[in-house]
Design a protein around this ligand. Structure first.
Ligand code: SF4
Length: 486
């Protein structure tokens, strides 16, 4: 816990129990006083100077988990405050180092607090800046307009379908994305397993007459397989899943522009799927080369217009702030190019150094912008989106994200992705099928979350999908025992 916070200020900090020369010394204590208040005190000593912080709040009622959580929060609060004093750096996300700050805002609202109260709690208890608290409130408002029953979706499910192939692997990627070699038979074998998983999950959903909120094809790049293979998959999906006419949204990430062809768009149209992602990431060819994407900017633009002109009505695009060798000018250029296309939604990611990526393994090779520049780019993104009629509608953070910032999904009103909202806010079970698909089982009674991961590697998947099906059905039967009373 302390290392996470210290790392926000110092690269690869180490917590050591004893005083060492050159180390920063921090004394932390939390005590309960006679009035039932938990009082935390911190003193940080650096270069002969002392920095002090105190924080107190009423001890919460509850079990050990509640008490431990509160204790951690009080310690974090005082530690962050002395670190901010000593370094002069302000952490706009306060003590939150997790990936879902929105969930916390929703939690306070569900407990009955008004929006203003929830923002106040986030600022006082978790040390969020007023800007970030207001951003969370704004996003939640949009989410509840788009999905008014967001808090009541626990008896429905969404489906994630993972296709683990890509033309090449991007340097920052840790998704299951294997170069697509057609000769080995690996793709066909994988697809056999995927059809089977879809059929089996479909049987279970039909028996329960379960409503499906959204379906999302991700990966990898789901359009990296052939048009006829896509057609076959959608056919199985429509034949297997119940109540398809009530599914609120089906998205196919076309992600890599180099996989999009007229034949594949025809297939999407045939099945009425018109929400796709065409992801530029950057509009600078040198950057695309440096991150291993092996397609050009022109190809992104061409494939966007091909999709649009062939009838794709809801296109998302992704940009990444802080890609190697990119600064303000490159990002401004990306925004100017996006402006010409006006996709229905734009997700602005901040680069994160994921542990297993090529970029992290060879960090020295990649020169990325400093914290201040990244913050300026984020601000530019916010301003550009507001000026172009986009509203933020979902947000998440990642470990080792540049500048300790966030990823924000923006959308034109009414074009938001419902899947992005339900998965981020963890309001319902997501059944994952396919490679690397993670299933998240959320008990509608207790809210308890259990995760299950399908293997990432197609070779392992082919051997074990039967077992995965059984395990997932067992989880589903536990949290939705038959007969289901709705
Ligand atoms: S396109 Fe997406 S999934 Fe494929 S390698 Fe790049 S980041 Fe990974």
């Amino acid at each position: 816990m302390f290392t996470h916070l210290a790392n926000l200020f110092f690269e690869q900090s180490q917590i050591i129990p004893d005083v060492e020369e050159g180390a920063i010394q921090v004394d932390l204590s939390v005590n309960r006083n006679a009035d039932g208040l938990l009082v935390g005190k911190a003193i940080l000593t650096q270069d002969g100077l002392d920095y002090a912080a105190t924080f107190s709040e009423m001890e919460e009622d509850g079990d050990d988990i509640v008490k431990t959580r509160q204790l951690k929060r009080v310690y974090s609060h005082i530690l962050l405050e002395v670190l901010e004093q000593a370094t002069g750096m302000q952490q706009s996300w306060g003590i939150l180092t997790g990936i879902r700050p929105m969930k916390l805002y929703h939690k306070y609202r569900r407990e009955g607090h008004s929006s203003e109260e929830a923002q106040q709690i986030l600022m006082e208890r978790h040390r969020l800046s007023s800007e970030k608290s207001a951003l969370l409130a704004k996003i939640a408002k949009v989410q509840l307009q788009i999905v008014p029953d967001l808090y009541e979706l626990k008896n429905e499910v969404s489906i994630y379908i993972g296709i683990p192939f890509c033309p090449t692997k991007c340097a920052y990627c840790t998704f299951p994305a294997y170069a697509i070699h057609r000769k080995s038979g690996r793709v066909e074998n994988f697809l056999d397993g995927l059809h089977e998983e879809i059929r089996e999950m479909g049987k279970w959903l039909t028996e329960r007459d379960m409503a499906i909120t959204t379906i999302y094809f991700g990966g990898g790049t789901p359009t990296s397989i052939e048009a006829k293979e896509m057609d076959g998959l959608y056919e199985t999906m429509y034949a297997s899943f119940p109540n398809m006419e009530n599914v609120r949204e089906v998205t196919v990430e076309a992600g890599r522009p180099d996989t999009i062809t007229p034949a594949k768009i025809d297939v999407l149209k045939k099945w009425g799927i018109d929400r796709i992602s065409v992801n530029p990431q950057s509009y600078t060819d040198e950057t695309l080369k440096a991150i291993g994407r092996h397609h050009t900017v022109q190809e992104t633009v061409d494939k966007f217009w091909l999709s649009r002109n062939m009838g794709m009505k809801n296109i998302n695009m992704d940009l990444i702030i802080g890609l190697p060798n990119e600064g303000i000018d490159e990002f401004k250029h990306s925004l100017a190019e996006t402006e010409k296309m006006q996709p229905e939604s734009l997700t602005v990611h901040t680069l994160s150094f994921k542990r297993a990526s090529e970029m992290t393994r060879n960090k020295d090779k990649y020169k990325v912008a400093d914290r201040e520049t990244v913050e300026q780019m984020m601000k530019l993104g916010e301003e550009w989106n507001a000026a172009n009629g986009y509203e933020p509608y979902y947000l998440y953070r990642q470990k080792n994200i540049l500048g300790n910032l966030e990823n924000v999904g923006y959308s034109k009103p009414g074009e938001e992705s419902i899947y992005n909202i339900v998965i981020m806010e963890e309001v319902q079970t997501i059944i994952g099928v396919g490679c690397g698909a993670s299933s998240k089982f959320i008990d509608p009674g207790t809210g308890k979350i259990t995760q299950f991961y399908n293997p990432k590697d197609p070779a392992a998947y082919i051997l074990t999908y039967d077992e995965s099906i059984e395990k997932k059905l067992a989880h589903l039967n536990t949290i939705f025992p038959a007969p289901l009373t709705k």
